[in-house]
Ligand binder design. Structure first.
Ligand SMILES: NC(=O)c1ccc[n+]([C@@H]2O[C@H](COP(=O)([O-])OP(=O)(O)OC[C@H]3O[C@@H](n4cnc5c(N)ncnc54)[C@H](O)[C@@H]3O)[C@@H](O)[C@H]2O)c1
Length: 321
């Protein structure tokens, strides 16, 4: 009995010692991480090492549209082998001809990301016809912009299928090759609406919040399993001037331009960044939502930013049926 108690005390002491040791190590490393992060924030891109995407197969979903098209063009300029997926064939053709006008090639596939079987089938086709994907950019997204009671069930389901479920199918299709190659990059396009609930976006915001959880969990799985050369980047932009949020006139900050978003996104990928929030100032506002009283947050959003009021101007889109 006495022996048991002695052993228990010894193991408690050693576990306290382990926690103290790990905490001290963590604090020392944290100091280094903060200095490293400050250093790289201050160094202009031109003077820092950036990953080359030359020769890499980069797949962009929603590559027919606003940001996706700009991504495809810029990636082609960097020498990447660009593969684009979109449900809209005309938009795909426009992107391909824009890429071709610059003297590059892009391979396009008509894929409805809401259709799981089509995603898996197209992934096999890409592997056969182009090769193993090195960088996957899950960029496609939809918004219907209705209040919860106005949204029909099919629209809610479609938003979930395109904005988040498709990420599972594409990552399941391409990640095993990245693991086999010992390199890869998965880019998840979320939104500031995935960090802050937004009026007329119960479906859209919820799926974008899901992208955050998806990215963070995937990141922990990759690191915990030792896949340190497979990177994951979460991109959360504020409103972008692509037409997706047509009619909205944000009060305090103008919409971002799609060229700027695509450029910043590619820089972030080339720096292997884990998070890319645009504009960067939003990062400083976010903690306020947990720190401030709820009434104050609502007043800030409603009275000062006029977020809901500006979303009331969003042009209606036909709902899925
Ligand atoms: N526009 C914004 O204000 C804004 C803000 C933050 C985040 N985002 C996100 O950025 C990403 C790109 O947005 P964008 O502004 O370029 O949008 P966009 O509407 O201009 O382009 C989206 C593209 O996705 C394609 N797409 C839609 N449904 C599809 C499906 N089922 N299968 C395949 N392709 C499909 C569309 O055809 C379109 O080409 C989206 O994920 C969006 O949610 C946009």
């Amino acid at each position: 009995m006495l022996e048991d108690r002695k052993m228990k005390t010894q193991s408690q002491v050693s576990s306290i010692f382990d926690i103290a040791k790990d905490t001290v190590l963590f604090l020392v490393l944290s100091f280094y991480y903060i200095l490293e992060s400050l250093f790289w924030t201050l160094v202009p891109n031109a003077f820092r090492p950036m990953k080359s995407l030359k020769g890499d197969i980069v797949l962009v979903t929603g590559g027919g549209g606003g940001v996706g098209r700009r991504l495809a063009i810029r990636l082609a300029r960097l020498g990447a082998k660009v593969v684009i997926w979109d449900v809209n064939e005309d938009a795909l053709n426009k992107t391909c001809s824009a890429v071709r006008d610059e003297g590059y090639e892009a391979k396009s596939y008509v894929v409805d990301l809401a259709d799981r079987a089509a995603v898996y089938k197209s992934a096999q086709k890409v592997k056969r016809e182009v090769g193993k994907v090195d960088v996957l950019i899950n960029n496609a997204g939809v918004v219907f912009g209705e209040t919860l009671l106005e949204l029909n069930d099919a629209a809610i389901e479609r938003t979930y299928k395109v904005n988040i479920l498709s990420h599972y199918w594409t990552v399941k299709a391409f990640l095993p090759d990245m693991i086999e190659n010992g390199k890869g990059h998965i880019v998840t396009v979320g939104s500031v609406a995935g960090l802050l609930g937004t009026y007329r976006c119960t479906d859209y915001s919820a799926t974008k919040f899901a992208t955050v959880g998806f990215h963070e969990s995937l990141f922990t799985e990759l690191r915990a399993h030792g896949h340190s050369s497979i990177y994951a980047t979460l991109v959360c932009p504020y409103y972008i001037n692509t037409g997706m949020f047509d009619g909205v006139t944000p009060r305090l900050m103008p919409m971002l331009e799609p060229d700027y978003v695509a450029e910043t996104m590619i820089d972030s990928i080339r720096k292997n960044e884990v998070n890319c929030i645009m504009p960067g100032s939003v990062r400083y506002l976010l903690p306020l939502k947990c720190l401030l009283p709820a009434k104050m947050c609502w007043d800030l959003m409603h009275r000062v930013m006029k977020g809901p009021q500006s979303m009331m101007e969003l042009k209606k889109k036909p709902q899925a049926i």
